[in-house]
Design a protein around this ligand. Sequence first.
Ligand SMILES: [Cu+2]
Length: 123
Amino acid sequence: MIFQKQSKARLPKFLMTFAALLAFTFAAGSAQAQAKSKAAAKKQTHTVAIRNFKFAPAVLTVNIGDSVIWKNADIAPHTATGKGFDSGTIAAGASWRFTAKKKGTYSYICSFHPTMKGRLIVK
Ligand SMILES: [Cu+2]
């Protein structure tokens, strides 16, 4: 009888500890998930299509840490050449990725066809 009484008293304590541990695990897990989704939301990848000797969009605004991919859909090679970045030749059908690391407004051209103009704004 005494033994039974003791085990009854112990059970709620054990349950509470277990519940607290469970709650802590869930809280930690959701905080981690939140941090992950925040980081994912921060770093985006944008695409600039190069088509018919034009950059589209011609003006693109991104956040620091974002990536920009220039995709050459033309049959001619192009470049995205600005102050602080230069793709070099982007062959027909090829693409070039750039990660924006510094704030600023970057005007760029295609060095083969200087009438092709674009602007990358990094906030
Ligand atoms: Cu070009």
